[in-house]
Design a protein around this ligand. Structure first.
Ligand code: F6P
Length: 389
């Protein structure tokens, strides 16, 4: 068996690093934002205070004995990491566990008034209702048939920039013009895996709701309309995660937003509506979608499902980190090598919002470093389409 490539796992403890700033600054900001989202009662405020204390000054706490997913989390690393500093464990793990603990603080999992209430819903709905969303949908009316596929692929790709958590630390991120900064572009290979008259299944592992999920859905509708796929499976998160990650409720809100829109957007919405109604488009929530682990560790049932897809499209920065492994790879490490574990053809569509990168050619890396030192890795102004057929 060929030997799998490796590189150091990213932790949160390096002074001045991006991961450290997420743990030390972004997570407290998210707690503040959630605190103000709803008129929570005193017990929730106390629980949020305790989480703030734990994640800034304390250690990783276990889940309550009543938590239905406690065993799962123990096997995902909690047994090993409880009692350790949030900064000293893999950053992928500590970020993911932060969101699990945040939901605990607002009573998301326990019977009571907070059960099932998405603490991020006000921000997601505001984005879906924003005038920018109207403008993006109106632009569909002007697309020429010849370019539609590529335009929708780019819409889905750059939609990943509109990430609510990301905007907490970069106020201009959602509005600045997208630099035409594709650092890798395998879109020809992607289209070759989805030929017209395709009879296969597309799996799309979604990332953010709102202005990312809408273009993801438009892309899926386009693939149905063009006969490039027979079925599509949209994987979303089983519970609110990373502020804006899509859940099943967000999918329904987005499809309704489309069917209620004027012009071409409504036609795409109707394609999706009927595909959902007759079962060609299904929404899946797999527990592993919120796991703090790389996809190399995916469970067998998910592995079997993805093995049967004509293509799995993996959206966004976090999913990229999970796909290639959240490690300090030399940027020229081949994408095909770090995704060799994946059970079928896979495409990553991602704007660059964290240090992890693979699959660059040496000239591209040198050009980016010369122009921006290392800022291109996290600024969200560059993007990639990488495919392993
Ligand atoms: O929504 P996306 O594209 O997965 O981005 C979320 C990103 O937020 C961060 O976790 C930082 O909070 C990124 O590094 C991460 O990967």
């Amino acid at each position: 068996m060929p030997h799998a490539p490796s590189a150091p796992v990213i932790l949160g403890n390096e002074p001045g690093s991006f991961p450290r700033s997420v743990l030390a600054e972004r997570h407290p900001a998210i707690i503040r934002q959630v605190r103000e989202a709803f008129p929570y009662g005193p017990a929730t405020h106390r629980a949020l205070d305790a989480l703030l204390d734990s994640c800034t000054k304390g250690v990783i706490e276990p889940l309550p004995a009543t938590a239905g997913d406690r065993d799962r989390w123990e096997s995902w690393g909690l047994a090993e990491y409880a009692g350790r500093s949030w900064y000293d464990v893999p950053w992928l793990w500590s970020e993911s566990y932060f969101y699990r603990q945040l939901l605990d603080a607002v009573g998301y999992f326990e019977p009571g008034p907070g059960q099932g209430i998405d603490p991020f819903r006000p921000f997601k709905l505001a984005e879906l209702d924003a005038p920018e969303t109207d403008e993006e949908l109106a632009a569909l009316d002007g697309l020429s048939t010849r370019d539609t596929g590529q335009a929708l692929l780019h819409g889905s790709l750059w939609g990943n920039r509109a990430d609510l958590g990301f905007r907490l630390s970069d106020a201009g991120a959602g509005t600045a013009a997208a630099v035409p900064g594709l650092v890798a572009d395998d879109s020809d290979v992607l289209w070759s895996l989805l030929p017209p008259s395709g009879t296969g299944t597309l799996v799309l592992i979604a990332d953010n709701a709102g202005r990312e999920l809408v273009p993801d859905l438009l892309l899926i509708a386009h693939l149905f309309d063009g006969g490039r796929v027979e079925r599509a499976v949209l994987h979303v998160k089983p519970y609110p995660y990373y502020v804006s990650d899509a859940t099943p409720a967000d999918v329904l809100d987005a499809v309704r937003r489309l069917v209620d829109a004027p012009g071409a957007a409504a036609a795409y919405g109707r394609t999706l509506w009927s595909a959902m109604t007759d079962g060609r488009l299904t929404v899946r929530v797999h527990p592993f979608s919120c796991a703090p682990l790389p996809y190399a560790d995916m469970p067998d049932d998910l592995r079997r499902e993805l093995a049967g897809a004509a293509l799995t499209v993996v959206k966004g920065d976090l999913n990229y980190r999970r796909l290639v492994g959240d490690r300090r790879w030399p940027p020229t490490t081949p994408f095909a090598e770090v995704t060799a574990h994946f059970p079928g053809p896979v495409a990553a569509l991602r704007t660059l919002k964290s240090d992890v990168i693979t699959g660059l050619d040496a000239d591209t890396e040198a050009g980016l470093v010369a122009a921006e030192e290392q800022r291109w890795r996290t600024s969200g102004t560059h993007a990639l389409v990488q495919v392993r057929a």
